[in-house]
Structures are given as C-alpha cells and as structure tokens.
Design a protein around this ligand. Structure first.
Ligand SMILES: [Mg+2]
Length: 384
C-alpha cells in the first residue's frame, strides 16, 4: 500500500452575497482538499482547515517528499514521522493544518483498504447523527433591524427543514448582540440555540453576555474571549451555568492540554481538519474525557470534514452519560458554498436535521475531479 502521489487542491468560489461574523465579511469561500494516491490505485481524500495556498505549499514542498513511497496503512507512524521532521515549526499553525488533511486522507485509504467505513475503524456506531444549523451570519447590505428580521426568518427555514438546534453569530456590537439573542429566544422559545462570538469580547463584555445567555437558556457560549486567554475563559466558566465552548483555533493534544489544565472549557471544539487530523483528535478526546468536558467537533468546510466529524462523533465517549443521554450534534454550515455543493458525487445524506451514514468504505465521500478542477485557485489569485 505504497503512497505514489499526493496532490493538494486550494479551492475558491465567490459568493453571491457577503456573509459576516465578528471579524470580517466573506465574499468567497476558500478550502483545501488533499488527494493521496497509492500504487494500487486506492485514493484517499483529506481536507485542511485554514489558509489554502499556504497549506498547499507546505504539503507540496515539505510533507509530500516525506510520504512518497511510505506505507499508507501506517498512519500513526507517519503522523509521528511528519511531526518529528518539522517539530521546530509545526507545533501549531499552517503545518499542523497540512498534517491534519494528510492524516484524514490516510484514514480514508485505510478504510477502503480494509473495506470498512472509517467509523467502524474507530469503533463507532452507524446511528444517524443529529445536526445543528450554523447560519445567521451578518449582512452588510441592510441596516441592523432589517437584518435581524432576515436572520430570524432564515432560522425559521432551518426549523422547517427539521433542525431543532440553531447557532447564531454574535460579536457585532454589544447592543445589537443583546437584541439578537433576546429576539431569537422570544421567537423560538423551545429551540436549542447556541451563540458564537468568534473571540470578539473582553472579559467584562463576555461576562455580561454570559449572564444574558444563561437567563435565556442558551446551549453554549462559543469563543467568548481570545483563544489564548485561558485564564479568563476559566474565570468566565466559573461565573455562569451557560457552557463555555472553544477550540476551533487550537491544535494538538498539547494545546488542548493547556485548556484542560486551566479549566477553561465545558465544551472542546477541535476541528479535525486543523487540530492534527483524526489521529490527533483521538488523543484530544482522551484529554477532554479526563477533564470531564464535552467534545463537539468544529466543522466548517467541505463534505470530507463533515464525514470525518460525523465518524468521530459516532464514537465519542459519554460525559459521564445516562440512560436518557445527551446527543452530540454535528455542525452543519448552511451558508452559500458552491464548491461544497457541487464537487461531491457521494456523501452522507442530510435529512430532517440528521446525518445518515451511507455504507461506503473509508470516509464515504467521492469527488468529481473535473468539477473540482474548475475551482482550483490560479497562481496570483487572491485566496483570502
Ligand atoms: Mg465558531
């Protein structure tokens, strides 16, 4: 099962309408897929979360030469090989995002080689996974009252599709944020709702918002503070019953161990396409379990990441668990995404707010490469 070739595809699709969150407005979606081909023709797909051109360069120039000719089934050994070779530089950031995608592709290959789904390799179940609808992004073409009404109507559409859990964006400004979370609770009194500020607040602002979210019975408060502010996240967590969630900016067992040691979080949110791949995710969930924290993977990209996140959720340990258990929901981005919605000829199906696994081996996704090639970023094209 020797690795014969590795290709990395930085992909870009322009959006018809900008979507905003606390830090900026997106006018395009950028993603990064990895294809590993073995000498026997077996193909594995991986996905990286992060700046696509920089990741593609690190794969092409640094990691690909280390993997060609190696046995694809030895994924744990290969992870350590890549980690050690660039240990000085890959402890966080772009290189670890690249390793994440390579690792995911190796898991896809292993599943196909052994003729089982990746969730079976992990010891997970085949049960459908409930999904939460991520949407309600800010718009820069309407004033705030008009935009808020549009966001409430957007959410109504997700509930009609069968979702029973919404995640809204906050972090625009405190006055608008307070109005938004209040109106969402008023309009959807029985619905599970989480709020995500994408690290927009200082401690006092976050405390104010946490108290409001607690009174409105929100399910979690995501990235209330800067990702490096472990101590204030812990202080905030101790001051409220609304669960504090973060982790999409964190990588490796070592990063999450720092969060665990500080007692910063109720919910760990590693992105498998960024945190170090599925191999590293397994070590992170062991740390989360030992810290008595929940794990809800961050997932904001293509259907490879969606498939690997669903496979991971299928085997997550209970914390601590009970007969009438709490479900872990898979994040399902609802925003416009031409690449995600056109390049896959096979993926797990989403129906009535649930992901239903197909019975394919590996990750259960197939890519139409001729369509994919139409989205590959050209040299000198802006990939921000
Ligand atoms: Mg988030």
């Amino acid at each position: 099962m020797k690795i014969a070739d590795i290709q990395c595809f930085p992909l870009r699709s322009d959006l018809n309408r900008a979507i905003g969150f606390s830090q900026w407005y997106y006018t395009a979606k950028n993603n990064c897929l990895i294809k590993i081909t073995c000498e026997d023709g077996t193909i594995g797909w991986g996905e990286c979360y992060g700046p696509s051109m920089a990741i593609a360069s690190s794969v092409e120039h640094h990691f690909k030469p280390l993997l060609i000719g190696k046995n694809a089934l030895q994924n744990e050994h290969l992870w350590s090989h890549l980690w050690r070779a660039y240990h000085d530089f890959n402890r966080s950031g772009i290189f670890m995002a690249a390793i994440s995608g390579l690792d995911i592709a190796l898991w896809d290959i292993k599943g196909k080689a052994l003729q089982v789904p990746v969730r079976t390799l992990l010891g997970g179940s085949d049960d459908p996974i409930p999904c939460y609808a991520t949407g309600m992004y800010f718009r820069n073409d309407k004033d705030e009252p008009e935009m808020l009404e549009e966001l409430l109507n957007e959410a109504t559409g997700y509930l009609k599709q069968g979702y029973d859990f919404l995640k809204v964006k906050i972090g625009k400004n405190i006055e608008f944020d307070r109005e938004l979370v209040s109106q969402f609770r008023e309009r959807f009194p029985g619905t599970k709702i989480a709020a995500d500020s994408n690290h927009a607040y200082n401690f006092k602002e976050a405390l104010d918002m946490a108290q409001l979210l607690e009174s409105l019975e929100y399910r979690w408060f995501e990235e209330p503070l800067a990702p490096d502010n472990y101590a204030d996240m812990a202080r905030l967590r101790q001051s409220t019953t609304v669960p504090i969630a973060a982790g999409e900016c964190e990588q490796t067992r070592f990063g999450f161990e720092r969060l665990a040691r500080a007692g910063s979080l109720d919910i760990y949110q590693p992105d498998i396409a960024y945190c170090g791949g599925l191999s590293e995710f397994q070590k992170i969930i062991a740390i989360a379990s030992a810290a008595h924290a929940d794990v809800v993977p961050h997932c904001w990209g293509l259907k490879v990441n969606q498939a690997v996140a669903a496979s991971a959720i299928s085997m997550l340990p209970d914390n601590p668990g009970r007969f009438e258990g709490r479900s872990v929901y898979l994040e399902m981005d609802q925003t416009e995404h031409p690449v995600r919605d056109s390049i896959f000829t096979r993926a797990h199906s989403i129906k009535d707010g649930m992901l239903h696994f197909n019975d394919s081996t590996g990750l259960g996704v197939e890519v139409d490469e001729s369509t994919l090639l139409g989205y590959v970023v050209k040299v000198n094209q802006n990939a921000q």
